[in-house]
Design a protein around this ligand. Structure first.
Ligand SMILES: C[S@@+](CC[C@H](N)C(=O)[O-])C[C@H]1O[C@@H](n2cnc3c(N)ncnc32)[C@H](O)[C@@H]1O
Length: 209
């Protein structure tokens, strides 16, 4: 059995472990973590480091790789813990590599895994929820509110959320976002949003594996 790694850095409040996420998680005791926040690389989009997630040959192997890591994440997560995953979609490509590669941007992989996909190029790989997004946009129209602000307002209505992380690029966007603080979603509106986006299974028990 290999040795348990020492923290890269620690003090009386926190410890940072450096390594492959799944291997580090496998060394942690079950139920020992209160909160997991993660943003793994999207499939085939950026080059960060050797052995990184996102360079698998197919979307299916990417999902399987993340699934195995999240099985470990679920094991170490306390029963009342929360797990936050930031994950975006990518477009189907019709080539094995980016035209301009690392010369254009050092994080751009020079060999993007070619998708052997049922989807034509330029389609979003996970774009199976378009109908839900259209229902959501129609509902936001009914409310007379911007969809991004309704999303933020919904977060603010969740008991477990204390501080949504926002990402405005401009002052106008920041000013626009403050509207979310004023939006009151009543029971009927919250029920309609749950109806559009019902979730898949009971959280958190049935999510991570
Ligand atoms: C989209 S970035 C997120 C960066 C981070 N959220 C931040 O704001 O700096 C993805 C990160 O995942 C890291 N990463 C990729 N594969 C990993 C793995 N197998 N184990 C741990 N980290 C990994 C990359 O090095 C990169 O820093």
């Amino acid at each position: 059995m290999s040795a348990i790694r020492e923290p890269y850095w620690s003090d009386e409040h926190a410890a940072i472990y450096h390594g492959d996420a799944r291997e580090v998680l496998a060394e942690r005791p079950a139920g020992s973590v209160d909160c997991i926040i993660t943003s793994p690389p999207y499939w085939g989009l950026r080059h960060y480091c050797e052995g990184q997630y996102g360079q698998e040959p197919t979307p299916e192997t990417y999902v399987e790789n993340l699934r195995a890591t999240f099985a470990e994440a679920r094991r170490v997560l306390a029963d009342d813990g929360t797990c936050w995953l930031n994950l975006g979609d990518v477009y189907a490509a019709n080539s094995d590599g980016w035209a301009r590669g690392a010369a254009f941007n050092p994080r751009q992989p020079s060999a993007r895994p070619k998708a052997r996909l049922a989807l034509p190029p330029k389609n979003l790989l996970g774009d199976r929820h378009r109908d839900k997004i259209e229902q959501y946009e129609a509902f936001c129209d009914e409310l007379g509110e911007d969809p991004a602000n309704v999303g933020l307002a919904w977060l603010l209505h969740q008991k477990v959320v204390t501080a949504p992380i926002i990402g405005p690029r401009t002052l106008d966007q920041l000013d626009g976002t403050t509207r979310a603080l004023e939006i009151k979603l009543d029971e009927k509106a919250l029920a309609r949003l749950d109806e559009i986006f019902p979730g898949f299974k009971t959280a958190p028990e049935e999510y991570a594996w």
